[in-house]
Design a protein around this ligand. Structure first.
Ligand SMILES: Nc1ncnc2c1ncn2[C@@H]1O[C@H](COP(=O)(O)OP(=O)(O)OP(=O)(O)O)[C@@H](O)[C@H]1O
Ligand SMILES: [Mg+2]
Length: 265
């Protein structure tokens, strides 16, 4: 077994913003090895995003209670001090979302947004170095004329290009973990495939571990080595992609697979 870089155990997430608290994630466990791509599948509302946001440290603290452990780099991200957590956020653990338009700031140039993590976490870098690195990164995600795109605004780009820019921004500091929450759902099928190829390439070249969340079991089977299946806040099945898709142990997984037309693993 390789090096485990993230070890989540017994994670429970409970909301308090109404009178009666509601648990939305129960006893979530996940280990992630260096360079591994793990998928999380499950119906809408099954707790995929809540679990991912908790790992990324992005759940709003006041609205909920979390119990369990999220071990990364010798720290429990649920109990460590804010400064330690902030040090990891975006720099070591980065996240991309479904709709890049809502994550990108419409009035800021692409270059400024791609460099954000460097401005926050690598204050020693000069402006010129940041720009150089941003242009390299825009190029690395497969965008032509990176210098030109550096000076453009989000609305001047297609949806697929915006998602590439989000990936460039997430990957610029070479994070150990990238969490991709439905990164291709808003894109057409051809662009989806390109984004998946890009994530695989970054994973191969940089050794980034990826948590890939999707409804799309076919995409999951193309990119992930291991899969977690969630239902109503519980991880109901976990195993290698091949095992989960070809020999699912749980009735719920069988139903999920039966709901898609055809799948080749
Ligand atoms: N602010 C909130 N207060 C109470 N419950 C919430 C809140 N936000 C989300 N939930 C609930 O948490 C549960 C898990 O939501 P989550 O977003 O993790 O689902 P998901 O698996 O990512 O779904 P989808 O596939 O639609 O993105 C849902 O039942 C949702 O209704
Ligand atoms: Mg979600």
């Amino acid at each position: 077994m390789g090096d485990i870089i993230l070890d989540v155990s017994d994670l429970n997430i409970e909301f308090h913003d109404h009178d009666n608290p509601e648990t939305v994630v129960f006893d979530f466990d996940l280990t992630l090895e260096k360079g591994e791509i793990v998928g999380i599948v499950g119906e809408s509302g099954s707790g995929k995003s809540m679990s991912a946001l908790a790992i990324a440290g992005l759940l709003k603290r006041h609205a909920l209670t979390k119990t369990g452990r999220i071990m990364f780099d010798g720290h429990d991200l649920l109990t460590c001090d804010r400064e330690t957590l902030r040090g990891y956020q975006g720099d070591e653990i980065a996240m991309i979302f479904q709709e890049p338009m809502t994550s990108l700031n419409p009035v800021k140039k692409i270059g400024w947004q791609v460099e954000e993590c460097l401005r926050i976490h690598h204050k020693d870098m000069t402006k010129a170095d940041r720009k150089k690195r941003a242009i390299e990164m825009i190029d690395a995600v497969g965008i032509h004329e990176p210098e030109k795109v550096y000076n453009m605004y989000p609305h001047e780009l297609s949806g697929g290009m915006r998602q590439r820019i989000m990936i460039a921004a997430a990957m610029i500091a070479n994070p150990q973990i990238l969490i991709a929450d439905e990164p291709t759902t808003a894109l057409d099928v051809t662009v989806q495939a390109q984004i998946v190829e890009l994530l695989k390439k970054l994973n191969r070249e940089k050794g980034t571990s990826i948590i890939f969340i999707s409804h799309d079991l076919s995409l999951i089977s193309q990119i992930c080595q291991r899969v977690l299946v969630m239902n109503k806040g519980y991880v109901v099945e976990t195993g290698t992609t091949e095992q989960v898709f070809n020999a699912p142990r749980e009735e719920y997984t069988r139903k999920l697979i039966a709901a898609i037309p055809r799948i080749d693993v």
